[in-house]
Design a binder for this molecule. Sequence first.
Ligand SMILES: NC(=O)c1ccc[n+]([C@@H]2O[C@H](COP(=O)([O-])OP(=O)(O)OC[C@H]3O[C@@H](n4cnc5c(N)ncnc54)[C@H](O)[C@@H]3O)[C@@H](O)[C@H]2O)c1
Length: 324
Amino acid sequence: MLTSPPGPDAAPATLPAGDHSRFRSVAVVGAGLMGRRLAGVFASRGLRVALTDWDVSVLPEASRIAVELSHALGDAPGPVRTTTSLEDALDGVDLVTEAAVEDLSLKRELFARMARLAPDAVLASNSSVLPITMVAADIDDPSRAVGTHWWNPPDLIPIVEVVQGERTSLAVVADVMALLDHLGKRPVWVRRDVPGFVGNRLQHALWREAIALVAEGVADAETVDLVVRDTIGLRLGQMGPLTNADYVGLDLTRAIHEAVFPALDRSTEPSPVLDSLIRAGRSGAKSGQGLFAWPPGAREAAGAALASHITSELAARRGESGKQ
Ligand SMILES: NC(=O)c1ccc[n+]([C@@H]2O[C@H](COP(=O)([O-])OP(=O)(O)OC[C@H]3O[C@@H](n4cnc5c(N)ncnc54)[C@H](O)[C@@H]3O)[C@@H](O)[C@H]2O)c1
């Protein structure tokens, strides 16, 4: 709970100056979708990277992607080595970035082992929503634990949310932000360790309502996605919700909220629609069916189309800022 919200007119908080040079070697734990690409981004600026996963079968492809990415992003990339041994991976590293599955008890246990194996390293978690305070609950020195929420694909999306836990030291936040800046990312400081941080709280408020609209028969899934993409989706890349609230007027915003808030979905549990689809084996693109049908190749095509959209959107923005 917020006890004393800072409010819109609060003085901006400040961090000490950060130092990226303390990070020379990094271990990435979990070589899945995110971990392999994180390894590539770290290596692209010359850091030495150890990429580890307990599943040996994922390592060859993960290594190939990490190395390929490191060369695509940087001129003098550092080496990427792979191992199934956590102990080996964490030997002598300055930073550990955990990108294992989204499971609090697994991450807690992993953090406890990471803390023992890398007693001097900064310990970061790439959790999408779990507070770092909870992930690092079993380690002796939580001042060195920090959330670093990269977005997929992490080599393309510039923002990384850097989440300050209840006991994270400000120097650690500052140094990690300096490193991310050095890697060409745009780190943002999340000062309160709330589930979902900033981006996923907003994103999943929208998804909850989108699923509820379909469940209530207001519109089908195609229509809901079309309305999002071709209305608010067109605007959001240019104007965030708070700027938009000011732009249309806070009085209008207030009147809309008064009329619509009572009707919005306020479930505190995942939708039963998701439970029944999952039970029926329709868990989305990976199983060929979810809210939509996903024929073979459709998932890969969607990933490629998304990456191409993000790349051209970022290029257009760079072009725009170059004109000013
Ligand atoms: N996928 C996304 O879009 C996305 C975006 C942002 C953040 N994240 C977060 O990043 C993390 C990783 O997500 P992902 O999509 O890469 O998952 P993934 O399932 O693709 O990969 C996870 C990998 O971790 C390995 N692993 C699990 N437990 C391990 C352990 N104890 N030791 C070593 N390896 C272990 C698994 O074998 C697997 O290869 C999650 O916390 C997720 O919430 C995911």
